[in-house]
Design a protein around this ligand. Structure first.
Ligand code: NDP
Length: 266
């Protein structure tokens, strides 16, 4: 069974909720933004460079009767996160009356493409600025606005535990998100705020397009994955949205592998 995304929409699940998705212009973040918007949330789609794509997703959501807006922020740049939240405050207040935020999806991320033993320091710093420091400081700003409880869902990676040959720095930057998430869970649980990580396996996006263009690689992945297929962004969005929903409220501080059973087949 692999029902279409439209079949899986739960109408009104996020009615009255306000959400921000970083890296919402493409891939996994775009699927999350679309689903949150389709299920009733006001969604801020944060992007780095693909403003056109982010605007298109916002207008798709609006055409279907939802509410969304695009906002630019390179979360690896100093000052960008403050500017992102200044834009949130201004736009959310105009659209919804105040700056409350209920759901944060820390999705923006970049991969590394060099062995750890050779990576340049500036490349290492950039990966950590976007993948690790970014989510920490976006979360810090977000929780100040989570005045009625909240949900923080951060996208990790299987590479945190099993980095391949070229993604040592990436794996390190993602592994740190467990400690970030557990800290946030402990600090904020008393305010009704949960924090969890969703760690996808190989998922069809621009990030993996070069690898998944290789048929033998895809065949091998499918053979060792229990569900015998590659993940789609919508598969990850479904897990993220469950955690972001009221029904996800008893899970906090967890690292959830969303892989379709990757490497379970011997
Ligand atoms: P994509 O490369 O398809 O999209 C990346 C998104 O992140 C884009 O929206 C991009 O914005 C945004 N982004 C990148 N850098 C920045 C930045 N400096 N500031 C703000 N936004 C930024 O990636 P995926 O959808 O594949 O990945 C999403 C998340 O999932 C990442 O954290 C990734 O590490 C993780 N992941 C992905 C897996 C996969 O197989 N695809 C597996 C495991 C984890 P813009 O479009 O504007 O450039």
């Amino acid at each position: 069974m692999n029902s279409s995304v439209t079949d899986r929409i739960i109408p009104g699940r996020f009615a009255g909720k306000r959400a921000m998705v970083t890296g919402g212009s493409r891939g996994i973040g775009a699927a999350v933004a679309r689903r949150l918007g389709a299920e009733g949330a006001l969604v801020a789609i944060a992007y780095r460079s693909r403003g056109h794509e982010a605007e298109e997703i916002a207008s798709e959501i609006a055409t279907a009767g939802g509410r969304a807006f695009a906002v630019q922020a390179d979360i690896g740049q100093p000052g960008a996160i403050d500017a992102l939240f200044a834009a949130w405050d201004e736009t959310a207040t105009r659209i919804a009356g105040d700056d409350r935020l209920d759901i944060l999806v820390n999705n923006a991320g970049i991969a590394s493409a060099a062995p750890l033993s050779e990576i340049y320091e500036h490349a290492f710093d950039r990966i950590f600025a976007i993948n690790t420091k970014g989510p920490a400081f976006v979360s810090q700003q977000a929780v100040r606005r989570m005045t009625q409880g909240g949900r923080i869902v951060t996208i990790g990676s299987g590479a945190a535990k099993q980095p391949g040959a070229l993604n040592g720095a990436y794996g390190m930057s993602k592994a740190a998100l467990l400690a970030m998430t557990r800290s946030l869970a402990v600090e904020l649980g008393q305010h009704g705020i949960t924090a969890n990580v969703v760690a996808p396996g190989y998922t069809r996006t621009d990030m993996t397009a070069h690898m998944l263009a290789e048929p033998r690689f895809v065949e091998r992945l499918e053979q060792i994955t229990a569900l015998r297929r590659i993940g789609e962004p919508e598969d990850i969005a479904a897990v993220v949205c469950f955690l972001a929903s009221d029904d996800g409220g008893w899970l906090t501080g967890q690292w959830i592998e969303a892989t379709g059973g990757y490497k379970l087949v011997p």
